[in-house]
Design a protein around this ligand. Structure first.
Ligand SMILES: NC(=O)c1ccc[n+]([C@@H]2O[C@H](COP(=O)([O-])OP(=O)(O)OC[C@H]3O[C@@H](n4cnc5c(N)ncnc54)[C@H](OP(=O)(O)O)[C@@H]3O)[C@@H](O)[C@H]2O)c1
Length: 331
């Protein structure tokens, strides 16, 4: 698909009041996509709308909760009444809750699935009849590197993201030949407000597993995917393609790093009391694309890449030597 083809398309973007959703909406509007933005916080959505309109874009605000079926149906209806159609669903809304699996309140596990997994499914089911009627459409899901791997303290989040990726892969197969596409963007750690409003069982503020990238890295990947649907996009090398490669060939390296240091890596030296965060109700803090955790400077990312490549290389040559020794012994 060429660049022109995005111009004039109509997209619903969920989770648009902050982070990746906000930035993706801005980037899509720059490409001429007409927006219907949704999340729970009306005022934040109106701020986004003002920004998009100032930049010459079109933006309808339709607040709602992705766990409430009537809200989801109302958002899709509002979009179709306003623009007459919907071409693209960008599923973004998600929550996470930090804590050891056996300490997490059961309601946190259920809620995480309800937002991250069933929320995506609810929106997809609400747009699919329209996509089928027009024989075209695109369900674009913002996923995570934790849709494939794991990290301590994020069991409910990672499980919900694995489930969502599994669902998306099934949907893609079911829709083959219908003109409707399904895509996924495997987002690395990005410096959004997610860590300012996520609940935690600890007394230190959470932070993403480093390195952390600009939210725009995810937003630009969303635009690329919107242009060329039907793919799973991994936007970065270090916390993306390299990690997937290591998981496949030298899985012990990543498990050793995250198993030994993953808990400490995800805590800031900043005291907090935050047991519910934005899980069940929206909170005031954390509007707009950026949060209080800064992105990792480029030079640190470069050094970490070199370190990881060396570790992975060492582990791989260890495996190769072991295999050669085994082959000799068998001979
Ligand atoms: N940040 C990262 O490091 C990272 C890494 C990998 C993947 N991702 C993925 O990127 C996506 C966006 O995350 P983010 O970092 O941008 O987080 P964020 O800033 O916390 O944004 C989450 C969005 O979801 C909305 N939301 C939460 N619960 C909702 C509900 N019940 N109903 C409707 N909307 C709800 C929030 O708005 P309201 O509170 O106004 O409803 C907010 O707009 C998620 O799918 C996440 O899994 C993020």
């Amino acid at each position: 698909m060429g660049r022109e083809e995005l111009r004039g398309k109509v997209a619903i973007v969920t989770g648009a009041s902050s982070g990746v959703g906000w930035q993706s909406a801005v980037r899509l509007a720059e490409q001429g996509v007409r927006l219907c933005v949704t999340a729970r916080r009306l005022e934040a959505l109106e701020n986004l709308q003002a920004q998009v309109l100032r930049q010459g874009g079109e933006c309808l605000v339709a607040p709602g909760d992705v766990t409430v079926q009537q809200d989801v149906d109302r958002v899709v209806r509002a979009c179709i009444e306003f623009y007459g159609r919907v071409d693209l669903l960008v599923n973004v809304a998600a929550v996470q809750s930090y804590g050891f699996f056996d300490d997490l309140p059961w309601e946190h596990l259920e809620r995480t699935f309800d937002v991250n997994c069933f929320g995506y499914m609810r929106f997809a089911r609400a747009v699919l009849p329209h996509f089928r009627a027009q024989r075209s459409g695109h369900v674009l899901n913002v996923q995570s590197m934790l849709s494939k791997g794991g990290a301590p303290l994020l069991a409910s989040y990672a499980a919900s993201k694995h489930a969502t990726l599994g669902w998306a892969e099934c949907l893609e197969l079911e829709l083959r030949g219908t003109g409707i596409h399904v895509s996924n963007v495997l987002v690395p750690s990005v410096a959004t407000p997610m860590f300012d409003h996520a609940p935690t069982q600890f007394h230190l503020a959470p932070m993403p597993v480093p390195p952390t990238y600009e939210p725009d890295v995810a937003a630009r990947a969303v635009v690329r995917c919107a242009r060329r649907p039907g793919r799973t996009v991994v936007p970065v090398f270090l916390q993306g393609r390299l990690i997937l490669w290591m998981d496949r060939w030298v899985p012990r390296v990543g498990k050793w790093l995250l198993g030994n240091f993953g808990v400490r890596m995800q805590m800031r030296e900043k005291p907090v009391e935050r047991t519910e965060g934005n899980l069940f109700h929206p909170v005031r803090q954390g509007v707009g694309p950026h949060g209080s955790v800064p992105p990792t400077p480029r030079w640190k990312r470069f050094t970490a890449t070199a370190g990881l490549v060396a570790l992975a290389g060492g582990a791989l040559s260890g495996v190769a030597l072991g295999a050669r020794g085994l082959a000799r012994a068998v001979r």
